[in-house]
Design a protein around this ligand. Structure first.
Ligand code: HEC
Length: 126
């Protein structure tokens, strides 16, 4: 009888462990490197960007664009001048780091590499 009870308890605790592991993951989906909620790249500065940059428009507007650090800075200045974006203060360098790291022009995945060593031929134009 005692044995049966021990087996029962063991089995029960295994079921408990299984349930605990199969719980849904938190909102941040780590596997793909993309935050499931915003569609933005996962990074230590992501929360800062989400906090400062998604109040007025979708994060998609950010993810769709590619700029250099200077280009992002210009966009921020433009939004501050024309769209009532506030002064980002001490957060600005970290936000620019994030944007320049993940949304730089060369980071666009769909862009093909430049052709190299191409021997162009002359068109006969007669
Ligand atoms: C105070 C509101 C506000 C905040 C906060 C804000 N933006 Fe914007 N942003 C706008 C508006 C308004 C537009 C124009 C939207 C449109 O054209 O539909 C815009 C446009 C953009 C564009 C598109 C620019 C283009 O040339 O098409 C990008 C990229 C962008 N924002 C990035 C950011 C980033 C990065 C942050 C965080 C630093 C941010 N925004 C925070 C208001 C804001």
């Amino acid at each position: 009888m005692k044995r049966i009870l021990i087996f029962f308890l063991l089995g029960f605790s295994l079921v408990l462990v299984k349930c605990k592991n199969s719980q849904p993951q938190s909102q941040i989906e780590v596997t793909s490197g993309i935050d499931a909620e915003s569609g933005l790249a996962i990074d230590p500065n992501l929360m800062l960007v989400k906090g400062q940059c998604t109040a007025c428009h979708s994060a998609k507007l950010i993810a769709q664009n590619r700029f250099t650090r200077e280009g992002w800075k210009d966009k921020i200045i433009w939004m501050q001048k024309t769209q009532n974006l506030w002064d980002l203060g001490e957060s600005e360098p970290a936000i620019l780091d994030y944007l320049a790291k993940h949304y730089a022009p060369e980071a666009r995945a769909s862009r093909r590499a430049n052709l190299e060593n191409v021997e162009w031929y002359k068109l006969n134009e007669d």
